[in-house]
Design a protein around this ligand. Structure first.
Ligand code: NAD
Length: 374
């Protein structure tokens, strides 16, 4: 099947501007035909790509799984059969850059260990592809800047895998919190799971960049920011690791508190425990998501009772939102700059923890917020 549709050709020639203007008339944002969908290539076929992203792409309105990049030969035929991926759209880490010549692939989705995000995002941009990069965006602010610059230079869009910005429960939290529907508030958030496999890249500093803060705590800092709808001004942090033998390279547990213009957010994250909540203690009572950060089964309560929210496939919604950004030539809600903002905060949390909880200013924080004040 020749799936190089006329419509995508127009995009590539015009950088999306022409079609962006036409989109509401042409599609009305309803599902588009398969041969007009944008092709996504998943890079790294681990747990998240296998369990969540590939199935989500089957539910996507604007994208489909067009290609894969894997270092494991055995996965090629399995994925090819399951998702009907032609041989020409299967790459490994050595020939990845040849994706430049593949017009089936519009978006490269980087789902590799954290330390590899920067390299593959930059290579994808150089190959002329739009990029979704998983969280954390990178293992340093410096790398985030390089990734943004590479995408800007290539005139390609960059977005971070922050699926919860597209989740209806977290959307409620943003709207109720940002509009101070229940008055002033202070926040508490925690995210933890038990990690006991010593061979996982997640506990190796060179691969993960850090411990649960990079992996799970990032949801707590995101949740606090998007519920306040403000940027934090300063923070303190302490390393609370219990098993120092096991967590010899990265923290096992860490706590921090951010001061916002209108309140505080205390956060904790761990690989030595199990919890996941986002709570605002408001003047009228508790506004809370628990569980807050997982893929399904979220529950929300407000001082007035349970949130009445219909769950959706978070990943499909996140990917579709990016496709619409490409099709309309609009900005991503979860941009590279937002990823950089969070890596900046993470660096400051580690800086404070190293200095046993000393207060650290966030005066250079990038001014990026997802505001839902309507
Ligand atoms: P994983 O270990 O299951 O998968 C990683 C993949 O990278 C594997 O297929 C592995 O073969 C491949 N890989 C390539 N080179 C590698 C190397 N040198 N060392 C180790 N693996 C290598 O991890 P995962 O849970 O799928 O996480 C991948 C990324 O996705 C991480 O950045 C993580 O933070 C992110 N993630 C995001 C969410 C989310 O909800 N947004 C959920 C889970 C993971």
């Amino acid at each position: 099947m020749n799936r190089r549709p006329f419509i995508k050709k127009i995009f590539q020639v015009s950088g999306g501007a022409y079609l962006g203007a036409q989109l509401p008339l042409m599609y009305g944002y309803s599902p588009i035909e398969k041969d007009k969908k944008l092709g996504v290539a998943l890079v790294g076929l681990g747990n998240y790509a296998t369990g969540q992203l590939a199935p989500a792409l089957l539910e996507s309105k604007y994208c489909y799984l067009a290609g894969i990049v894997t270092g494991t030969k055995a996965k090629e035929s399995v994925w090819s059969e399951k998702y009907n991926i032609p041989k020409n759209n299967i790459y490994n880490y050595d020939n990845f850059d040849d994706i430049f010549n593949n017009s089936d692939i519009d978006i490269v989705y980087v789902v590799l260990p954290n330390s590899m995000h920067a390299e593959y995002t930059i290579r994808a941009a150089k190959a002329g592809k739009h990029v979704i990069c998983e969280k954390p965006m990178a293992t340093s602010v410096e790398d985030c800047k390089k990734m943004i610059a590479a995408c800007e230079k290539a005139k390609r869009k960059l977005s971070i895998g922050y699926r919860l910005h597209f989740d209806p429960f977290n959307d409620q939290m943003m709207r109720l919190g940002q509009n101070r529907v229940f008055g002033k508030m202070n926040m508490k958030s925690g995210f933890a799971f038990n990690l006991s496999d010593p061979n996982r890249w997640r506990i190796k500093k060179s691969m993960a960049g850090g411990g649960p803060l990079m992996d799970l705590g990032i949801y707590c800092l995101q949740g606090s920011i998007y519920t306040f709808g403000e940027l934090p001004l300063s923070l303190w942090a302490k390393n609370l690791t219990r098993n120092h033998d096991f967590f010899s390279e990265v923290e096992g547990t860490i706590e921090w508190e951010m001061t916002f213009p209108s309140g505080k957010a205390y956060c904790i994250t761990s690989y030595e425990d199990r919890y996941g909540y986002l709570t605002a203690n408001t003047e009228k009572g508790e506004l809370k998501l628990s569980p807050a950060f997982i893929y399904s089964g979220l529950k929300g309560t407000t001082p007035n009772g349970s949130m009445n929210v219909k769950p959706i496939n978070q990943q499909a919604a996140q990917i579709d939102a990016f496709a619409v950004n490409i099709l309309k030539n609009s900005a991503s809600l979860v941009s590279g700059e937002m990823g950089l903002r969070d890596n900046y905060i993470i660096e400051k949390i580690y800086e404070s923890a190293k200095n046993d909880g000393a207060e650290v200013s966030l005066k250079d924080i990038p001014n990026i917020l997802d505001l839902r004040k309507d």
